[in-house]
Design a binder for this molecule. Structure first.
Ligand code: MN
Ligand code: MN
Length: 357
């Protein structure tokens, strides 16, 4: 063993594969290529202003958001690292309107790769943690260019998901459907070392994360939940809560995987054309897979997020995840809100003649 008592990502992947006789190793090769892209992005991020990569690229992405230089660069790194190996049949990215078609000379593989090359990029210029998020699906037609619809599989179909976080240390957090495991990059070896096997999100928490500046747009169920947390010991929950907000999905997810908590970016009525803020394919599905594999719950606020059938590549969705007790409570509040909505008539209201109990 190279490093006494330590497991490298390579060793972890090979040992995991041995438990699945008949697997070809293509998935391992794909994960290795993704992890190389993440190392390359970590390098760019760590040099910051010295690499001349901060600031705006002067363009917008498909959602009309400002693209940072590093968004564009990270997207290129992901494409170059994964297009040549014969492991993927196609790729889609938050930064590209259409699926990426592999150059002619490369073989088409068995998998589809979906990614957000740089999540939280608005934090780049202030030196706060950012990350990369990815999701792997099976290509319905291996060996051929995929159709757009091939990417529209529910999150339950993912074979692998993960993210890299570029923080004080660089980490890779991964699931292949057998638990969620975190690796720390050893900068001297340039190798990922398994540092946090079998992450476990505690069922209970007293920490929640939400962008409170949107409170006037929230649905009643979310307002009720947050009001109760804020009321602390004097309120219905009879407990004091802490609030966190980093505005970087990867950083919020990482905190919750390490010590529990609940995160909400719920559906609201800020922009009726956009029910939710986060992207289903590049953000919510992979994070949900990681959270569930660590024993947490991932929801739209109403039901299990990964059962959502995607309708379009850049679809957005309301997202609530983390410690099981809190997410289930929020789902319950949405259920009760639904009853209130459907029995608006005073006769059927909570205090009405036909009160729903
Ligand atoms: Mn993002
Ligand atoms: Mn992004």
């Amino acid at each position: 063993m190279l490093i006494e008592g330590r497991t490298t990502l390579t060793q972890f992947l090979i040992e995991t594969r041995r438990k699945h006789p008949g697997s070809t190793g293509d998935l391992n090769a794909l994960i290795t290529d993704v992890s190389l892209a993440c190392k390359a992005i970590a390098g760019k991020v760590s040099f910051g202003a010295l690499a001349g990569v901060l600031g705006s690229a002067g363009t917008g992405n498909v959602q009309g958001e400002e693209q940072k230089t590093l968004d564009v660069l990270s997207n290129e790194i992901f494409l170059r690292a994964n297009e040549w190996g014969g492991n993927v049949a196609g790729m889609v990215s938050e930064e590209m309107e259409e699926p990426y078609r592999l150059p002619r000379q490369y073989p088409r593989g068995k998998y589809l790769l979906l990614f957000d090359p740089l999540d939280g990029s608005s934090n780049i210029d202030v030196n706060v943690s950012v990350g990369s998020i990815f999701s792997v699906l099976r290509a319905p037609t291996p060996g051929a260019d995929p159709a757009d619809e091939d990417f529209l599989q529910p999150g339950t179909e993912q074979v692998c998901a993960g993210y890299a976080i570029y923080g004080p240390s660089t980490m890779l957090v991964l699931t292949l459907g057998t638990g969620t495991h975190a690796f720390t990059l050893d900068p001297n070896l340039g190798e990922w070392i398994l540092s946090h096997p079998n992450l476990s999100v505690p069922r209970q928490t007293r920490e929640f994360a939400i962008n409170a500046s949107n409170s006037r747009f929230w649905e009643p169920a979310v307002k009720r939940y947050v009001d109760e947390c804020m009321a602390g010991k004097s309120g219905a929950r009879d407990a004091d809560f802490n609030m966190r907000w980093i505005a970087s999905l990867v950083a919020e997810t990482h905190r919750i995987l390490m010590r529990g908590g609940v995160f909400l970016y719920p559906r609201d009525n800020k922009d009726p054309a956009r029910p939710g803020r986060l992207r289903l394919l590049y953000e919510a599905n992979p994070i949900s897979f990681l959270v569930e594999q660590a024993g947490g719950v991932a929801s739209t606020g109403r039901h299990r997020l990964m059962e959502t059938k995607p309708e379009s590549l850049h679809q957005r969705i309301g997202f609530v995840f983390g410690s099981a007790d809190e997410v289930e409570r929020i789902e319950t509040y949405h259920g009760e809100q639904l009853m209130d909505d459907s029995y608006r008539s005073p006769l059927f209201g909570q205090r009405g003649l036909f009160a729903v109990v």
